[in-house]
Design a protein around this ligand. Structure first.
Ligand SMILES: Cc1cc2nc3c(=O)[nH]c(=O)nc-3n(C[C@H](O)[C@H](O)[C@H](O)COP(=O)(O)O)c2cc1C
Length: 172
């Protein structure tokens, strides 16, 4: 497993735990600090969630977040993860409103930022959109993890190792 010698932070939003699972795996392998993005009023888990999310994309709602973000100055590499939301059929969205709030509220001046996501089958233009929202960051495109609940620990370890190798070798 490649070690990231730099001080690492993993920021993530996770509604149903898949992205959290990946974030905690990255933490396990790198010793990173973790920060969970938590909206004050989080979305209810129901069949209506998709349409509520769509409405919030259309109206550009930016949910208020709990707490205050970590001091990025302390970190060299910042992973930022989220589930893919409403990429189909709206390819230009994909990043859930709570993570958009986080990206709008923070600047990543000169930091290496590694976006990653979890999804069920269609991820739209996640990396392209992320890059537009993460101001001033030096982006290293991470990985999009498919069907996380069905992935064994062994496969998740391998996928995470591939992600960390990519980051360790990136020259940005
Ligand atoms: C509102 C909503 C919209 C979603 N839209 C998509 C989508 O467009 N494409 C896709 O592959 N999965 C989509 N999903 C599935 C999630 O991306 C996937 O299950 C993800 O791993 C959930 O991560 P989490 O457990 O960290 O919240 C959507 C889920 C929700 C709740």
């Amino acid at each position: 497993m490649p070690k990231l010698s730099k001080k690492t932070l993993v920021v993530y939003y996770s509604k149903s735990g898949n992205t959290r699972r990946v974030a905690l795996k990255i933490r396990e392998k790198t010793g990173a600090d973790c920060y969970e993005v938590e909206p004050i009023d989080d979305y209810q888990r129901s069949w209506k969630l998709y349409w509520i999310a769509v409405k919030h994309f259309i109206t550009r709602k930016r949910p208020k977040l709990r707490g205050s973000p970590p001091n990025f100055e302390a970190y060299d590499v910042i992973f930022v993860g989220c589930p893919i939301w409403a990429a189909f059929p709206f390819r230009a969205w994909t990043i859930p409103p709570p993570l958009l709030s986080f990206l709008y509220q923070n600047r990543f001046q000169n930091k290496k930022v590694v976006p990653f996501a979890t999804y069920d089958g269609y991820a739209g233009r996640f990396f392209e959109i992320f890059e537009k929202k993460a101001k001033d960051a030096r982006i290293i495109n991470g990985l999009i993890f498919k069907n996380v609940p069905r992935v064994s620990e062994k496969i998740l370890e391998e996928q995470t190792a591939a992600l960390l190798k990519k980051v360790a070798e990136a020259n940005v």
